[in-house]
Design a protein around this ligand. Structure first.
Ligand code: GLN
Length: 227
């Protein structure tokens, strides 16, 4: 399982979300606390955010996050109302290349996948960014539309009972997430909402999202519904 995190709220730097928290993605890349599958997330990372014109921007790598001094230098200067980042533990047999690291994008959404899925069950006609299962799943979700995220995840989960399908997506003014086989936590505050595979600090306000649920965040309004 990889680990992912997203923010929607007042402008925050990518570093504030990814590098600075005591148990943030940087620490989760080598010492995650709640990871049930895989030991660490050293097979790549990706950070995405929406610029002032609402355009998604991405920086992805196939190397460990802890070794990237350039990212550590620039991340404090990248500020956005909407950020989505991930660190990767590659599923056995999957390619290790920058384009296999989340976030994936269709030019409007940024999307990350924690888990695995049999690519043979994914009825995708179009193009995926990589042959990694997560990229093929992302392309299918983009093709179906994010409003159908819950239906798509449920359908894929029924076709592959071993799949784990924790999705996290952002479009600049909305976050969507699913829980299907792995953990997801939420932190709501006056300045915005964080969704993360696991809490990035010990703030008692973190809440755990139950398995097989859909989370929809718009502004400070949060809806959690069963799948
Ligand atoms: N299956 C995906 C990959 O290989 C995601 C892996 C994960 O969540 N650890 O990248």
């Amino acid at each position: 399982m990889c680990r992912h995190v997203a923010w929607l709220g007042v402008p925050r730097s990518v570093a504030e979300l990814v590098l600075d928290p005591p148990q943030g993605l940087l620490v989760q890349s080598y010492a995650p606390r709640r990871q049930k599958h895989g030991l660490m997330n050293a097979d790549g990372w990706g950070a995405g955010f929406f610029d002032d014109d609402g355009v998604p921007r991405r920086w992805r790598s196939d190397k460990p996050l802890w070794g990237d001094a350039s990212f550590a230098s620039v991340a404090p200067a990248l500020r956005s109302r909407c950020v989505l980042a991930a660190v990767r533990s590659a599923t056995i047999g999957m390619p290790i290349e920058p384009s296999a690291s989340a976030p994936f994008s269709d030019g409007r959404w940024l999307l990350s996948h924690n888990g695995l899925v049999d690519r043979a069950v994914l009825p995708l006609d179009g193009h995926a960014e990589s042959t990694v299962d997560s990229a093929v799943l992302a392309a299918l979700i983009f093709a179906r539309g994010l409003d159908a995220l819950g239906d798509t995840v449920t359908e894929v989960g029924e076709r592959d009972p071993n799949a784990r399908l924790n999705i996290l997506a952002a479009n600049g003014c909305r976050l969507l997430a699913t829980t299907w086989g792995d953990t997801l936590s939420m932190l709501r505050g006056p300045e915005g909402v964080v969704l993360a595979s696991e809490p990035y600090d010990d703030d008692p306000d973190w809440s755990d999202i139950p398995d097989r649920h859909l989370v929809d965040v718009r502004e400070s309004h949060v809806e959690v519904t069963p799948l």
